[in-house]
Design a protein around this ligand. Structure first.
Ligand SMILES: Nc1nc2c(ncn2[C@@H]2O[C@H](COP(=O)(O)OP(=O)(O)OP(=O)(O)O)[C@@H](O)[C@H]2O)c(=O)[nH]1
Ligand SMILES: [Mg+2]
Length: 1008
């Protein structure tokens, strides 16, 4: 992409120069622009069915410039040739001419400029061409010419010629006679070799032969001594002849995409070079011949295979632009900071871990790209923010006491009863070695975990006191009821331990016990480090153990291979679509990526590449363990430690951090703020200031604390980024209240809450001796509460005052409750049924709905849109349906969270387990989730609406905000692959079980 950007930049500059030149030539001429009646200048009328007619005004004999461009013409107006005795410049671009109009021949002898680009010329009449004797500038680009007539070579005054984007396989020999030609564009044709006749064009200053299959250049190309600008992009050159290095006037040179492995040694003779593009070649070493090119201002080396940059690069003292993205560069030389004039530095997609000291010296760099590097120092979060932040960080590091805090977030994941919690207790238990040998005295071992399952438990484990290495262990229960909240706890930079119960494992259970977990982690945290631990080893025979571990290992490899191959195939389809022209691609709705723009395709390609480059890092082999065997546990401890300490796997672990980051962490966990459930971003910023961190540098420090497991900070979530969740145990307690789904626990909490309230009331009436409530009253209350619990577990419904009872220990004032409810809404866990956002309720009870509890299969509403029920409406209503399809994995809890997220956009909603019916204003919308059925039918989530045809835009308006909300949610899953299609409304109307799907969001389809 980088190369394309640079290409576009250059194109823009060159076009600007050309336009300036053209304007200079014409500035004193009398001009006339004509467009057809009703025609809209600026729009392409090529597709209107009837060719428009133009009428010439009277008295135009002295017109010198005539512009008839963009009129869909097939013929020029009658009498044009005879009426324009003074015409010099004729512009016929963007019409429908299949051949040069006769009038051109009539005007020929005094025309100096002719532009017939973007027409349908497939032949150039020799006679018409021969008549253009005075022509200085000719533009024939974007036509369908297979050949040029020899007479073109006789136009000896020609200075600029553009024949690009045609089908030329040869140029006429007579071209050698164009001795005044300064500019020639032959790019995007079908030349199979460099045309030798061009070597005679000694006046040539600009030449573009890109996108032809030249397969090499002649040695005597050195004859083109006047060449200043040479474009050879995508010409399959392979190598450059040494004669190339004699083109001493060259200033701009495009050599991208040519399979070059090296440059000739004499390349350094091109001393006038200012711009050089060598992107998308096969260079493995930085070409030494570039280093003496002291005048270079722009150097593009993107997408090669460079592994290093030489120190001597500092000799290129005039460099303004340096693009080195998508190579394999591991470090930069210290001397790079001497390139103080740099304005663009692009290093994305390399292997750079450490930036040189004093990097802040490159203060002029405005365009800075460093994404996709394994940065450690300065940390990624700092580097991403730009050079000034790097400068501040490096300055602080140089001036303060450095601190090292080796700490790693470790997540235990796996199916229910896999053994995670027991494993956590056993691993983190401080054992006295002496106890081990005591004749099988294992009564107190393993320690029994406390009763009551919790969704997430966080504990700190000092795994190696001598080195100060600590794990912050997150134990994620396997029960499905927690799947809405658990994704919040998965973060980058952690060690993921997938726990499998080997006693119950069998090959058929791989997808549910291992495969799906890997998919989820990969979708949420691309490139995450995962190791697999098999528990219950004591219950397996030796051979069984070995076979099961091997099977898991083998099936992981198969799944990975299958996924990677699937992604590569998809990337290939994008490549093929990109290789075709946009117009070709849009010719048939059945073509792959029908109607999708090049830009979107490139974005998609980059995403596939990202997914392929960021597969999970799964450490093999499977580690078997019995929680009953202290020796095996010790082995596992050692193994986890060695993984954590492995510098290639967790390079960040031992990095030196600024002291201020450490102080910031300490401040968050000091009273009084330690007690609060969360801090606002501003509260955190104030602590940052105390620690010596300015506000703008706080984000990096918070991201570090998030990744190392100390707190939660969702910097990319628009709804949550204002909060810093440092009090994890309280947050989890609150979440557990709603997601444990344990009726007796809920009832217990409610009863506790009410008795607390009664006590409080009692105190308020200052009557400590007041009698307890009558038993009948108690029973009544209990029945009522029981009723609420049932309603909650069945329909996910709770009134605010009952939520208050449930959250009793966390809620001191009404305001606390309000804040907590807002938080739950922001997290997408529940929504208020009867309150419009931001409006008070006027005393009535607010009811909250937790969509993950919804059990009813179909929403309680008329089934107005599910295809079969469309009969009767089918002639008036068009269906609009956007379908998101998830071939690898569907993010757990996504549907429930999405149904909260859309609540602000809809009214009169009715929720089912898999469907929501609602209205946007008066327009009906339906959101449906269809779980996967085997490999052939992946999970889909669709958003649909309908309207009668002339008003179909109302349906678009209805669903657009819903689509946007979904896109925001999906950003939380950067490693997820999904596709978006619009289903063909005609197929839907017919009730077809497999409606045709148009890719992407093609808004224009609604008018088609
Ligand atoms: N024999 C034997 N039993 C084990 C081992 N590991 C765990 N268990 C038992 O397996 C059962 C489930 O273990 P847990 O640790 O609660 O499982 P979990 O993965 O935390 O389950 P959830 O929290 O529900 O997801 C408990 O009864 C443990 O005592 C082991 O290595 N050997
Ligand atoms: Mg557990």
């Amino acid at each position: 992409m980088a190369g394309t950007d640079s290409g576009n930049l250059k194109t823009v500059r060159l076009w600007r120069d050309a336009a300036l030149r053209a304007r200079k030539l014409r500035s004193n001429l009398r001009q006339l622009t004509l467009s057809s009646a009703g025609g809209c200048p600026g729009t392409d009328q090529l597709d209107s069915p009837d060719a428009p007619q133009l009428l010439l005004p009277a008295n135009i004999g002295d017109i010198e410039v005539l512009n008839l461009g963009n009129n869909g013409l097939e013929e020029v107006p009658d009498g044009l040739g005879s009426a324009l005795g003074s015409l010099r410049v004729l512009v016929l671009r963007r019409n429908r001419f299949a051949q040069l109009p006769q009038a051109v021949a009539e005007l020929g002898h005094h025309l100096t400029e002719l532009d017939v680009s973007h027409n349908r010329l497939s032949v150039l009449g020799a006679e018409a061409v021969g008549a253009l004797r005075e022509l200085r500038k000719l533009n024939l680009s974007h036509n369908q010419l297979p050949a040029l007539p020899a007479q073109l070579g006789a136009l000896v005054h020609l200075e600029e010629l553009d024949v690009s984007f045609n089908r030329l396989a040869h140029l006429p020999d007579s071209f050698a006679g164009l001795s005044r030609l300064r500019t020639l564009d032959v790019d995007h044709n079908q030349l199979t070799a460099f045309p030798r006749q061009l070597l005679q064009l000694v006046a040539l200053e600009e030449l573009d032969v890109s996108s032809n299959r030249l397969r090499g250049l002649p040695e005597d190309i050195s004859a083109l001594r006047a060449l200043k600008i040479l474009w050879l992009s995508g010409a399959e050159l392979g190598t450059l002849p040494s004669g190339f290095c004699e083109l001493a006037s060259l200033e701009s040179l495009m050599l991208d995409n040519n399979g070059l492995r090296a440059l000739p040694a004499q390349f350094s003779r091109l001393q006038r070079l200012k711009m050089l593009n060598l992107s998308s070649n096969l260079l493995e070493e930085f070409p030494a011949a570039l280093l003496p090119l002291a005048g270079l201002e722009e150097l593009y080396l993107s997408r090669n295979q460079l592994t290093s940059v030489p120190c001597l690069i500092s000799g290129l003292g005039r460099l303004l632009t340096l693009w080195l993205d998508n190579n394999r560069i591991r470090y930069l030389p210290d001397s790079i900071v001497e390139l103080t004039g740099l304005e663009e530095l692009v290093l994305q997609g390399n292997q750079i871990a450490v930036l040189p000291d004093n990097f802040g010296q490159l203060s002029r760099v405005g365009l800075w790209k460093i994404k996709d590097n394994p940065l450690i120092q300065p940390p990624y979060e700092v580097c991403m923010k730009g050079i000034p932040y790097i400068a501040a960080y490096q300055k602080e590091l140089a001036h303060s006491q450095p601190a090292v805090q080796p700490r790693l977030k470790l997540l235990l994941m796996g199916q229910k009863a896999a053994g995670k919690t027991l494993l956590r207790h056993c691993l983190t238990e401080d054992r006295v070695e002496g106890k081990l040998g005591g004749g099988g005295q294992e009564k107190t071992y393993p320690p029994s975990p406390p009763p009551g399952s919790k969704g997430i438990e966080v504990t700190s484990w000092t795994a190696d006191a001598s080195r100060g290495l600590r794990f912050i262990v997150y134990d994620l229960a396997g029960d499905e009821r927690y799947e809405v909240i658990q994704p919040f706890f998965l973060s980058p930079g952690a060690l993921y331990v997938l726990v499998v119960n080997l006693a119950t494992y069998e090959p058929l259970r791989f997808p549910t016990t291992v495969g799906s977990f890997l998919h989820r982690v990969g979708a949420r945290v691309p490139h995450a480090v995962v190791c697999i631990v098999g528990t219950h080893a004591d219950l397996c025979g030796e051979q069984e153990l070995e076979e099961k571990c091997l099977d898991i290992h083998r099936q992981i490899a198969l799944q990975e291979k299958h996924d990677a191959e699937g992604l590569s195939r998809l990337a290939q389809v994008v490549d093929e679509a990109l290789a075709r022209d946009f117009e070709l691609r849009s010719a048939s709705p059945h073509a792959a990526y029908y109607g999708v723009s090049d830009k979107n395709l490139r974005r998609r390609k980059a995403h596939f590449q990202y997914l392929l480059n960021h597969r999970l890092q799964i450490l093999s082999p499977v580690l078997p363990v019995s929680c009953r065997d202290p020796r095996q546990l010790q082995r596992l401890r050692d193994k986890l430690l060695s993984v954590a300490e492995h510098r290639e796997i967790f390079p960040n672990l031992h990095r030196v951090l600024p002291r201020s980051w450490q102080v910031l962490e300490e401040l968050h966990f000091q009273p009084p703020q330690a007690q609060r459930l969360w801090l606002s971003w501003w509260d955190s910023a104030r602590l940052g200031l105390q620690a010596g961190l300015t506000e703008d540098r706080l984000q990096s420090a918070l991201s570090y604390l998030h990744e190392s497991g100390k707190l939660l900070y969702f910097e990319d979530s628009p709804a949550l980024k204002e909060h810093v969740f440092h009090n994890l145990s309280r947050l989890i307690d609150i979440l557990n209240v709603f997601f444990q789904r344990d009726p007796s626990l809920l009832l217990h909490k409610l009863l506790l809450g009410t008795s607390g309230e009664a006590e409080a009331e009692g105190r308020a009436e200052s009557s400590p001796l007041m009698a307890p409530p009558a038993p009948s009253q108690d029973a009544l209350r209990a029945t009522q509460l029981h009723h609420y619990v049932e309603g909650f577990l069945l329909h996910g419904l709770l009134p605010a005052h009952v939520i208050r009872l449930l959250l009793k220990p966390h809620v001191q004032a009404q305001q606390d409750l309000q804040l907590l409810l807002e938080l739950l809404e922001k997290m997408g866990l529940c929504y208020c049924l009867n309150k419009a956002k931001g409006k008070p309720l006027n005393g009535s009870t607010a009811w909250y709905k937790f969509p993950c509890y919804v059990q009813n299969e179909v929403p309680h509403a008329e089934a107005w849109i599910n295809g079969t029920n469309l009969a009767g409406q089918s002639f008036v209503a068009e269906q609009l349906q956007i379908e998101y399809s998830f071939p690898f994995t569907f993010p757990p809890g996504l549907f429930a969270r999405y149904s909260v997220q859309i609540n602000n956009h809809v009214v009169h909603r009715s929720d089912g387990k898999l469907q929501i019916f609602a209205y946007r204003g008066k327009v009906p919308v339906v959101v449906s989730y269809r779980p996967a059925k085997g490999v052939l039918q992946p999970d889909t989530l669709s958003i649909a609406s309908h309207a009668s045809l002339p008003n179909i835009w109302t349906a678009w308006q209805a669903i657009t905000p819903l689509v946007e909300e979904l896109n925001v949610l999906l950003q939380e899953w950067p490693g997820l692959h999904y596709t978006v299609h619009i289903l063909c409304s005609k197929c839907l109307k017919r009730g077809s079980p497999n409606p045709h799907a148009f890719p992407g969001l093609l808004k224009c389809l609604c008018c088609a």
